[in-house]
Design a protein around this ligand. Structure first.
Ligand code: NAI
Length: 631
C-alpha cells in the first residue's frame, strides 16, 4: 500500500516570520514621515477592523497601501529585514523544507513580492507560494494590487486550497483564524495553531494541536531531524515563588513551565514530579530519595538558593540528575542582615522596641555597646563568612575566624587554630558553615560553655547546626545576651503553617523566617543564574557549577550530534562506548570525560547521522544511568 501523501500548508506572517510584514514595512516606508505615529495608529486600527470583520480584507489592504505608499525600494529593504526575522524554529529546521519541498505550500494574505524571496531561500518552490501581488507604476511605486487573486478576499485561503485540490492529507500550520478556516471548510485534515510568536485565544480554541514551535509539529508527525526533542515537551516545575525572571528565561527557551507559589510535601511532589524534566525549588522543598524514585523524566534540579541539603544529592546523582544552585547570588544580602542584627542586639534594641510597643519608655545606656572595637568570631569563612569579615572590619571590628579548610585571611582578619580559641575570644559569634549533615549540633552546650558571658550569637546558616535546646538554656541563664536566628531545624512549609519553636518569646532574641538571603536583588541574581546553568546543561551538556556532577564546560556544538552518557563510576565504560561507535563506523569529533566519586560523565560528539540501533546499544552498556542525544 502506498502511503498517503502529506501536504503542509504554512502561513507566512507571524508564523514563517516572527512579525507581520506590514508592520515592518510601515517602519521602513514611514521612516522620515512627520506623521509616522498617527499613521501607524491608523494602520493598526485598520488591521483590527479587518480582524473583527468590520472591514473586508480587500478594503483593509487598499487602505494600508494608501497610507504606506510603498515602493520597490522599500520592499527590497523589507525582504532583508524579514530574512533576519524568520521564526527560530523554522530557521533550525531548514532541512525539513528542503526534504519536503514538493509538498510544502505557503498560503498567505500577504504579498508575493516579500514572501517569495524569504521562503525560496529555504528551498520552498516558487510555484508553491500563493500570495497577493502588487501592481506598480513605472517609478516602482505600489499603486494597486491584483484584485482577481482569491487571497485578496475574505475566506481567500479556503478558496485557494479548493483551487489547488491537493491530493492526500493536508496539514495547516498558522497563527490566525484564516488558517483555521481552511480546516473548517473541510479542506484540511488538521489545523495546528502556531504559537511561537503570538497566541490568539480564538485560534487556540479551534486547533487540533497547539504547536509552540515547528519542532513540536515535526515531532508529532515524526518528521524531525534537527533537534532531538522539542523543547516545549520539556516540562519545568518551579516551586516556592522563584523570581519571575527565571520563569521568563525558561519560557523564552521554549520550555513548558508550571509554577507553584508554595513548597510541596513529599507525597504531593512524588505525584507531580512524574512528568517533570526540570525542577526548581528554594530551601523548603525536600527532594528525598522517594521523590527521586518517581522522577523518571527528571534531568536537572535547580536550587534557587545557596544550600542544597534539602536535596538528597546521593540519590540524585545515582539517578543521573544534575543539581545546580546559586552559590554567590545572595551572599551580600545575608552579610548585610548579619551586620544589622549584631548592631541591634548589642544595643538591646529588640527588647527596647518591644517595650515601646507596650507603651514603656526605658531610656538607658545600660547593656548597650558599639560594635566598633569588638571581637567578631566568624565560624565558616566561605562566601558569606569572608565577605562579612570585610564589612565588619570597615565598621571597626576585630575579626577572628575559624574554618576547617585553609582559607586566606582577608584584610586584618585573624585565623583561629581551633574553634575553642574563637569561642573563648569573641564578643559576637556568627555561624556561616555549610549545611552538611556532619555539622548537625555543631554548636551545643559544650560550645556555649566556652563562650564569653554576655556573648551575642547569630545563626543565619542552617537550623540543625545549632542545638536549639542548648541555645534556649543559655539565653535564659544569661550566657547569651542577645541572639538572632534565621534558620531552624524544622521550618514551616508555607506561610499558613504556625511557626513552633523553643526560641519564641525569649528576651533580646531576633527571630526571622529564613530571610537572610531574601532580598529582591538576591532573588533576581538567583533567578538569572540558576536557569542559565540548567539550560546550559540541557542544551550543551555543560555541568559547570553543578553540585553533584563532575564539572565539564563544553564547546558549543556545530554540525555534529552530541551523545551524553552518564554511568556509575566503574572502569572500562569509555572503551565500551568507543567500541560500539567504531563497530558502527561512526567517527568521533570530540570526546570529554570526567568522573567523581559516584559517576562518570562522557560527552561524545560524532559527525554522522546515528541509527536508533547504536543508541540502543549505548543505552544497553552495563552501569549506564542515563543517556541522551543532543541535536
Ligand atoms: P560556603 O560553602 O561558601 O562556606 C562554608 C564554609 O564553612 C566553608 O569555608 C567550609 O570550609 C566551612 N565549614 C563547613 N563546616 C565547617 C566546620 N564544621 N568547621 C569549620 N568550618 C566549616 O557557604 P556560604 O555561601 O558562605 O554559606 C554559608 C551558610 O549560609 C550555608 O549553611 C548556607 O546554607 C547558609 N545560607 C543561609 C541563607 C539564609 O537565608 N539565611 C542564605 C544563604 C546561605
Amino acid at each position: 500500500m502506498t502511503p498517503i501523501k502529506k501536504n503542509f500548508v504554512i502561513d507566512f506572517d507571524s508564523t514563517f516570520t516572527k512579525v507581520e510584514a506590514f508592520d515592518v514595512l510601515a517602519d521602513i516606508s514611514l521612516k522620515d514621515h512627520p506623521e509616522k505615529e498617527t499613521i501607524q495608529k491608523q494602520i493598526s486600527d485598520i488591521t483590527n477592523q479587518g480582524m473583527d470583520g468590520s472591514l473586508s480584507l480587500r478594503d483593509s489592504i487598499e487602505k494600508r497601501i494608501k497610507l504606506l505608499e510603498p515602493t520597490k525600494k522599500h520592499l527590497a529593504q523589507l525582504v532583508t529585514h524579514l530574512q533576519n526575522l524568520v521564526s527560530d524554529s523554522f530557521s533550525r529546521n531548514k532541512e525539513f523544507f528542503a526534504t519536503h519541498s514538493d509538498n510544502i505550500f505557503i498560503v498567505s494574505n500577504g504579498f508575493r513580492e516579500f514572501i517569495e524571496p524569504v521562503v525560496t531561500s529555504f528551498g520552498i518552490k516558487r510555484e508553491n507560494v500563493f500570495a497577493n501581488e502588487f501592481i506598480f507604476d513605472e517609478n516602482g511605486k505600489v499603486i494597486d494590487f491584483d484584485k482577481t487573486n482569491p487571497l485578496s478576499a475574505n475566506h481567500g485561503k479556503s478558496e485557494q486550497l479548493k483551487r489547488l485540490n491537493l491530493p492526500g492529507d493536508v496539514y495547516v500550520i498558522g497563527d490566525g483564524y484564516t488558517d483555521y478556516e481552511i480546516k473548517h471548510s473541510g479542506l484540511a485534515n488538521k489545523f495546528y495553531a502556531f504559537t511561537e510568536n503570538i497566541e490568539r485565544e480564538s485560534v487556540l480554541a479551534k486547533a487540533d494541536h497547539i504547536t509552540p514551535s515547528l519542532d513540536e509539529f515535526l515531532y508529532l508527525n515524526k518528521l524531525n531531524t534537527a533537534i532531538s526533542y522539542p523543547k516545549n515537551r520539556i516540562n519545568v516545575l518551579l516551586l516556592e515563588n522563584v523570581h519571575p525572571v527565571a520563569i521568563e528565561l525558561m519560557k523564552a527557551e521554549g520550555f513548558t513551565v508550571e509554577t507553584y507559589p508554595a513548597g510541596l510535601d513529599e507525597d504531593e511532589l512524588c505525584e507531580k514530579i512524574k512528568n517533570v524534566s526540570v525542577l526548581g525549588i528554594r530551601s523548603k522543598t525536600q527532594v528525598t530519595a522517594k521523590v527521586l524514585e518517581h522522577a523518571n523524566r527528571l534531568m536537572a534540579i535547580g536550587a534557587f538558593c545557596i544550600g542544597t541539603n534539602q536535596i538528597d544529592l546521593k540519590a540524585a546523582t545515582k539517578k543521573g540528575v544534575a543539581v545546580f544552585n546559586a552559590p554567590f547570588s545572595n551572599t551580600r544580602s545575608v552579610v548585610e542582615l548579619a551586620i544589622a542584627e549584631m548592631i541591634m542586639l548589642i544595643r538591646n534594641i529588640p527588647d527596647k522596641s518591644n517595650k515601646m510597643h507596650q507603651g514603656k519608655w526605658d531610656k538607658s545606656a545600660k547593656g548597650s555597646f558599639e560594635v566598633r572595637g569588638k571581637k567578631l568570631g566568624i565560624i565558616g569563612y566561605g562566601s558569606i563568612g569572608s565577605q562579612l569579615s570585610v564589612l565588619a572590619e570597615n565598621l571597626g571590628m576585630k575579626v577572628l575566624y575559624y574554618d576547617k579548610e585553609e582559607k586566606l585571611a582577608l584584610g586584618n582578619a585573624e585565623k583561629c587554630k581551633t574553634l575553642k580559641e574563637l569561642l573563648h575570644a569573641s564578643d559576637i559569634i556568627t555561624l556561616h558553615v555549610d549545611g552538611n549533615e556532619r555539622n548537625t549540633n555543631f554548636i551545643g552546650q559544650a560550645e556555649f560553655e566556652q563562650m564569653k558571658d554576655g556573648v551575642i550569637f547569630l545563626n543565619l546558616s542552617r537550623g540543625h547546626i545549632v542545638d536549639v535546646k542548648a541555645l534556649r538554656e543559655n539565653i535564659l541563664n544569661g550566657k547569651v545576651a542577645g541572639c538572632a536566628v534565621d534558620v531552624f531545624p524544622y521550618e514551616p512549609i508555607s506561610n499558613d503553617e504556625e511557626f513552633v519553636s523553643e526560641l519564641r518569646g525569649l528576651r533580646n532574641t531576633i527571630l526571622t523566617p529564613h530571610i537572610g538571603g531574601s532580598t529582591l536583588e538576591a532573588q533576581e541574581n538567583i533567578g538569572n543564574f540558576v536557569p542559565g546553568k540548567m539550560m546550559d546543561y540541557i542544551n550543551t551538556g555543560s555541568t559547570s557549577n553543578s553540585v553533584n556532577f563532575p564539572n565539564l564546560t563544553l564547546p558549543i556544538l556545530e554540525n555534529a550530534h552530541r551523545l551524553i552518557h552518564i554511568h556509575n563510576n566503574v572502569p572500562g565504560i569509555l572503551a565500551k562506548i568507543n567500541h560500539i561507535l567504531a563497530a558502527n563506523g561512526i567517527n568521533i569529533v570530540g570526546q570529554y570525560l570526567k568522573t567523581n566519586e559516584h559517576i562518570g560523565y562522557v560527552i561524545t560528539d560524532i559527525n554522522k547521522e546515528y541509527h536508533k540501533e547504536v543508541i540502543k546499544e549505548l543505552r544497553a552498556i552495563e552501569h549506564t544511568i542515563k543517556f541522551r542525544v543532543l541535536y
